[in-house]
Design a protein around this ligand. Structure first.
Ligand SMILES: [Fe+2]
Length: 270
């Protein structure tokens, strides 16, 4: 990684892509040493039936007697969410405070305008489905207040490997499908839009360890099924601007980029 990071890590083309499609994949921007540390630490919390050196033991679902409802280490079905280490400083350094990531977040929301991170969501895993049938794809919109999310892969995610799946451009519809700009009450348009958009084309954002997917808070998305043999391992963080507590209950703005930086506001859609 370079020692110095440009003040404007995203090009005009990347800004236009994000604004138009609601997501952007950045390749190889995280510190490999921290990624290796995260991959190793995950196994501190593994169910006894799973072994790091035996990929055949990784296939889901998690045996019923190994399930855990504990928030810090939630394990059920094909999902394993290890949140306990999410507030350790090196995890924050790995993703939101990575110099490139922090600089691009300021480029999007304004310099000095980000909420300081106290932690990340943790390591979210999707286990291989093996011979189990997968269900149909369908999108949803997250509805807790934030401006954009970052999904960081700490291990390689092949196509079909449980990568973050997005419905490109859907943020420009879904933004107006809620009564407020950042909270969770959908209006009458949400369900029909969700059915229509979810039946349309989507993109599997697969990638390698060290890649990061940025996504607008109102884009339609899902955590894809994992039809590969590797565990999908991702660290998630939600960026928020410092005025979110006052803007969260505003109605959606006519210009959906109203709260964003002048730079992205001035970029033309593709
Ligand atoms: Fe979601």
């Amino acid at each position: 990684m370079p020692d110095t990071v440009s003040k404007s890590p995203l090009s005009q083309q990347e800004l236009a892509f994000f604004k138009t499609h609601g997501y952007l994949i950045l390749r190889q921007i995280l510190d490999p040493a921290l990624l290796a540390r995260a991959r190793a630490r995950l196994w501190d919390a593994a169910p006894t039936s799973m072994h790091r050196d035996d990929p055949s033991s990784w296939v889901g679902p998690i045996p019923t007697d190994q399930e855990s409802e504990e928030r810090d280490n939630h394990r059920r079905g094909f999902r394993w969410q290890y949140r306990q280490i999410g507030d350790e400083p090196w995890m924050v350094q790995m993703l939101p405070k990575n110099p490139t990531v922090w600089a691009l977040a300021e480029q999007l929301l304004g310099e000095g305008r980000l909420v300081e991170p106290s932690g990340v969501r943790g390591i979210y895993c999707t286990l291989p489905y093996g011979d189990h049938a997968t269900t149909a794809n369908g999108c949803h919109v997250d509805a807790h207040p934030f401006h954009f999310g970052a999904v960081a892969y700490i291990d390689d995610v092949e196509p079909g490997g449980g990568g973050f799946r997005v419905w490109p451009g859907s943020h420009r519809t879904f933004y107006y499908d809620f009564q407020t700009a950042y909270q969770r009450e959908p209006n009458d348009q949400y369900e029909p839009d969700k059915a229509r958009i979810g039946a349309g084309p989507s993109v599997d954002c697969y990638g390698r360890a060290g890649d990061v997917v940025l996504w607008h808070h109102r884009i339609g998305h899902m955590a894809s099924h994992n039809t590969t043999r590797r565990i999908r391992q991702a660290v998630l963080y939600d960026f928020r601007k410092d005025d979110w507590e006052t803007t969260q209950s505003d109605p959606p703005a006519q210009d959906m980029w109203q709260d964003w930086s002048d730079e992205i506001r001035s970029v033309q859609l593709l």
